[in-house]
Structures are given as structure tokens and as C-alpha cells.
Design a protein around this ligand. Sequence first.
Ligand code: AHG
Ligand code: MN
Ligand code: MN
Ligand code: MN
Length: 337
Amino acid sequence: SGEEQPNTDLITLTRHVLSDQFSLGAAATGDLTLLLTAIQTTSKFIATNVRKARLINLVGLAGETNVQGEEQKKLDVLSNDIMINSLRASGKCAVLVSEELEEAVVIEDRYKGKYCVVFDPLDGSSNIDAGVNIGTIFGIYHIAPGSKGTISDVLRPGSEMVAAGYTMYGSSANLVLSTGHGVNGYTLDASLGEFILTHPDIKIPSRGKIYSFNEGNSMYFHEPVVKYLNSIKYPANGKSPYSARYIGSMVADVHRTLLYGGIFGYPDDKKSKRGKLRLLYEAFPMAFLTEQAGGLATTGTKRILDIVPTNIHERCPVFLGSREDVLDLMKFYQEAE
Ligand code: AHG
Ligand code: MN
Ligand code: MN
Ligand code: MN
């Protein structure tokens, strides 16, 4: 056989989403594809700046505190700004919600479109200065019929999202996306400036061998969580204990969980009464992707995607991952009732 030739039939993210939309027939207008093009551009911009951060003085604090009481990093602010500017200019958005902005942004008429995007511009801020994987998380709603785009268009259950995804900035930039028909992963070919399909139809294993919790919070954990963790660390009848992996960037921990299986958790506890992760732009998109990959996402007692938000920045407990692992965890909550 001859030498390997370069692939001349590249499946870019845009090509892939477009063919997906074509298969839906008359309903598709191409608007979602254009919105996703804007999101891809922001991911390329952020990926480039993450890579150069140390060289161009982009590490460290920006000097402001966000509505969550967190000190913003320079990259949090830069990532938020590129997303707001790019999404507004796309002409496809009506409402934007960002972790870094206290109020939702309602797009002025001249640029107004039919979609709402909720996002965490830079996830894993605490890992930036150490060069550890970080990411961007997003969820997309279509405005309700007849709506001009108000806050009520984003105070809806996650199950009503039309798409969700994240980009992970690691050894490569990986964009993982679901438009409600399974999950696909794309890798940025930096020389082409295109996200290329590399992980078609991601399915999470039905059971894994890894757990991913910040166990430094153990003294605050409620009993079902403590008992569950003990059950996988000290398993009965000769089974092997689970391995611990916790990066502290939700994007990276969820990415590994989707590919390898296992369970990721950020519980509510005696100190963080509602947990830490934010419902709209962290829990919902990751729950959407997990379910689309065949896994489960729960608060311990209820399906995350069924929650009806009352506040754009509200928090919620999160357990997600392999179906059987999440069901095991839920049993400890059922016993506690
Ligand atoms: P962000 O950097 O967007 O504020 O999110 C941080 C989140 C999430 O990425 C991660 O899963 C979690 O915080 C880690 O929290 P701990 O440091 O408390 O473990
Ligand atoms: Mn933050
Ligand atoms: Mn985050
Ligand atoms: Mn963030």
C-alpha cells in the first residue's frame, strides 16, 4: 500500500451542523449554524489568548469582583467581552446571560435575533495561571413563540435548550456540541482555523471506574454523599476501588467523564447550601450533553434538566456521568428520605 494521503474530505463543525440541519428539512433556516459560527470564532480567539497568556501579560487578576463574589481574572473579562461582542454582532441573539455579568443583556432591535445564549466564558479560572485545562461552556435557547426576547426566555428548564456545548482549551482545543441529536467532538486544526470532527457520536460508558469530587469539602458533605463515596472507596465483595481524578475545571472533569465514564459531583453541603455550580451556564449545558451521550445528571433527588430557574445566577447540586454510577449515588439519597 502507498503512503497515507491527507484527508481531503474534512468534516468541519459547520459542515456537520449544516448537514444535520438539512436532514431536519424545511424547519431549518441556517440561523443556528450562523450562531455556532460566532461561537466557534470566540473559542478560537480565547484558545489563542490562553496559549499566549503568559507572554502577553494575560495572567492574574483584572481587579474587579463578579456578582458571585469571585475575583475576576484578566482572561475571565477578556473571554466575556469577546463573547458578548461576537454574539451581539451575529444578529442571531435576543438575550445573553454570562457568569461575569450581573444582569442579562437584552440585545437592541438592530441586532436582535431569535436565540438566547447562556455562558460561562472561562471555566476553571483558578487553573489559568498554572496552565491547566480550562474552557468555555454555553447553552442555547430559542425565544418562546411571540416573545421579543426577555429574561423569561432564559428562565426555562434545561430540557428546552436547543443546543449546548463547551470548548476545552488543553493540549488541543476541543469543542463538544449537541444540538439534541447525540454529542459530537471537534478538534481545532489551528493551521486551518477550523474545528474538525474527531469524536463522532460520543457515548458515555454505562459504568466507569473514576470518581471526581472535591473531597477537600468532605467535612461539610451530607450523609448520602459520604456513604456513596465510602461505597466506591471501600467496595464490598472483592471489587476494586474507584480511582480519584479531580482537575477543578468543570469542563475538563466533565470531558474526561464523557470519554472514560465514571461520576463527577459537586454536591450541596453544610457550607454551600445550594452547591457551587451555576444552573444556567454550568449545570444545564453539561447535563444536556451528558444525557445526550447516554448518561444521567441529577441533583441527587431530581433530574437537573427539569429544574425551572428563578434567577439567572442560581446554583444547584450536580452529579453526572455514567448511568449506573449515577443510579448508585441516587440510591443513597433514596435511603435517606
Ligand atoms: P469558574 O472558574 O467558571 O468560576 O468555575 C469554577 C467551578 C468549576 O469549573 C469547577 O468544577 C469548580 O468551580 C471547582 O470548585 P472547587 O475549587 O471548589 O473544587
Ligand atoms: Mn468564576
Ligand atoms: Mn465555571
Ligand atoms: Mn467562569
